[in-house]
Design a protein around this ligand. Structure first.
Ligand code: BGC
Length: 585
């Protein structure tokens, strides 16, 4: 018998349909009373994570770092940031997680390090043309005495991408260094053999400690035109945050592919001598609406997976949601490469806020991560309903799904942060033009107890509790995990239900899915015997009859509302709701 397509696309690697929980360490839980999250805080709440039915945790960077970009400025790739713990604490976390069947993924930052990394300090202290400088992009400035930057590239978080190597422009050193994000994050030259060797060591070092894979940060600018030419002029429609991403000399370059092929060889070689492991790396890049990029970076000898941010960034609009799904499941069907879906992360406004925005329904509102938008006219109640509906769809789609801490509590974006408490370099480097990402990184509320920052902090030995590193709003306690436990209507209960439904009714159906058109206002997806229907409108709608699918005879197995009966009454899908049907064959 010829196997069906569902069989041929059956998942053979754990990460192809994994549920992964992203831990933003600094904001998860603080066990020392200093207002900063730490690794022991994760250990203390592993049962909360395990109850979500996840296969793995992904830790945002927890390496030693001056925290200028909260860990994405790595000062040492082989250690743990002292506020977070030690290598021993890390090992204990990996072991505790493994005891619950949870794997650990690290975040690795290849494009740049911290300006406090030893290699960069050595480079600053060395002369132009030295091997120390060759690990980075040091170039002579233009103009008399080199007072102009080597080219016109702009940094992703504002300002020029170049910083003068010495503050004193009278010195002989007329070199500048490149920092695609901020001056605190000098770009590595990945064609340099020292750099290549170091990253191979980094991968092996953490694999040796039990890490099962890596989320690879910001792959977009890795690999540059070696001549570093001026970037072509752009029109006024290209704003501050996009200018870097249209620079053809540093964005999605062929040179980058060489880096990933080298990394893949390291991983495959390590895997070959550890046959009990199933290691992976997942690429972070905003390749939305450009499926050819995902195809290119997930070739057999590059990334195992790439993030699909398409559903995260889609407006609340039928064709956009269908395109988000269609682009990615098309790749999966063609190549067998499963995407890593996500609806939230530490760089993006939280979903209940995003989908409650007045422009959420506008098909043109493909707003990227909305770094510059503020919090006016947001309907959080509507955003919450839509978030549940879109999340219920995301739980059904083939591929892995990454959850970002706090989404299971329904946390909204926080806008009300005093300027002097804002931490994100995006805010500071753009003089506030970009609000930045602090609002999705507020320390989690675990309980209603204001004295312990809503359970975020365990008091220090002397009983003191430091202010949380980012201020929590007064209403934070209403979202507390303890408040939601046992409440069937809560976001937390919704996540528990959907996770269980995913395991029973979605994952066993393999990795093939197709879109089904049930008529205006509805988005339909079929995955084996599972059919999921999302109603994007404010009215209940009966799905149009569709050849081969009889929903009236199907069993409702999950929904975005607490009671499936409320989501599907008299054959109609409720307003702003998603329903899962099992056709039973
Ligand atoms: C990370 C950001 C970080 C940037 C620079 C991103 O893609 O997710 O949080 O600021 O890379 O490392």
């Amino acid at each position: 018998m010829t196997p069906s397509r569902t069989d041929t696309r059956a998942s053979t690697h754990w990460w192809q349909d994994a549920l992964v929980y992203q831990v933003y360490v600094r904001s998860f839980a603080d066990t020392t009373g200093n207002g900063v999250g730490d690794l022991n805080g994760i250990r203390a709440h592993l049962d909360h994570i395990a109850a979500l039915g996840v296969d793995a945790i992904w830790l945002n960077p927890c390496y030693p770092s001056p925290q200028k970009d909260h860990g994405y400025d790595v000062a040492d790739y082989f250690d743990i940031h002292d506020e977070y713990g030690t290598l021993d604490t890390f090992d204990a976390l990996v072991a505790d997680a493994a005891a619950r069947g949870i794997k650990t993924l690290m975040d690795v930052v290849p494009n740049h390090c911290s300006s406090r990394h030893r290699w960069f300090l050595d480079a600053l202290a060395s002369s132009p043309g030295s091997p120390e400088r060759a690990r980075f992009y040091f170039r002579d400035g233009k103009g008399p005495r080199g007072t102009e930057p080597p080219n016109n590239w702009q940094a992703a978080f504002g300002g020029s991408a170049w910083t003068r190597a010495t503050a004193d422009s009278d010195l002989d050193d007329i070199q500048w260094y490149l920092g695609t994000f901020t001056p605190h994050q000098p770009d590595f030259d990945q064609t340099n053999t020292d750099v290549q060797a170091m990253f191979a060591d980094v991968l092996r070092f953490w694999f040796d400690r039990g890490v099962e894979g890596f989320r690879v940060d910001a792959i977009t600018p890795v690999g540059k035109d070696p001549a570093l030419p001026d970037q072509p002029p752009v029109g006024p429609e290209i704003g501050t945050f996009d200018i870097t991403w249209v620079n053809p000399y540093t964005v999605f370059r062929d040179e980058g592919h060489e880096v990933w092929r080298r990394w893949r060889t390291v991983i495959d070689e390590y895997g070959a001598s550890h046959p009990d492991r199933d290691l992976m790396m997942v690429a972070e890049a905003y390749a939305t609406r450009r499926p050819e990029l995902t195809r290119a970076f997930t070739r057999q000898d590059e990334f195992h997976q790439m993030f699909a941010f398409d559903l995260m960034l889609t407006p609340w609009h039928k064709e956009s949601v269908e395109r988000a799904l269609g682009d990615i499941i098309g790749i999966l069907d063609e190549t067998g490469v499963a995407p890593a879906w996500t609806l939230n992360n530490h760089d993006t406004q939280r979903i209940v806020t995003r989908l409650g925005r007045p422009e959420a329904e506008d098909p043109e509102s493909w707003t990227g991560n909305a770094l510059s938008t503020t919090g006016t006219d947001i309907d959080l109640e509507l955003g919450d309903r839509r978030a549940r509906a879109l999340t219920a769809l995301a739980f059904a789609v083939p591929g892995s799904l990454y959850l970002y801490q706090g989404e299971e509590l329904g946390l909204p974006e926080v806008f009300d942060i005093p300027d002097d408490r804002r931490e994100d370099p995006v805010f500071h480097l753009t003089d506030g033009e970009g609000l930045g990402r602090d609002g999705c990184r507020i320390p989690l509320p675990w309980s209603t107890e204001a004295a312990t920052s809503f359970g975020f902090s365990t008091p220090a030995r002397d009983g003191s509790v430091g202010e949380p590193w980012l201020p929590q709003p007064r209403v934070w306690g209403t979202y507390a995990a303890t408040e939601q436990a046992g409440d069937d209507e809560s976001m937390l209960a919704f996540y528990h239900r959907l996770s269980a439904a995913r395991r029973v009714h979605a994952v066993p159906n393999g990795l093939h899915a197709e879109l089904v058109d049930f008529g205006p206002g509805l988005v339909g997806l079929r995955r084996g015997s599972l059919v999921v229907v999302l109603n994007l409108t404010d009215e209940a709608i009966a799905p149009a009859p569709t050849v081969g699918i009889d929903l009236s005879a199907a069993t409702v197995v999950a929904a975005s509302t607490a009671s499936p009966a409320a989501a599907v009454a008299s054959g109609r899908i409720g307003a702003c709701s998603t329903v899962w049907f099992d056709l039973g064959r």
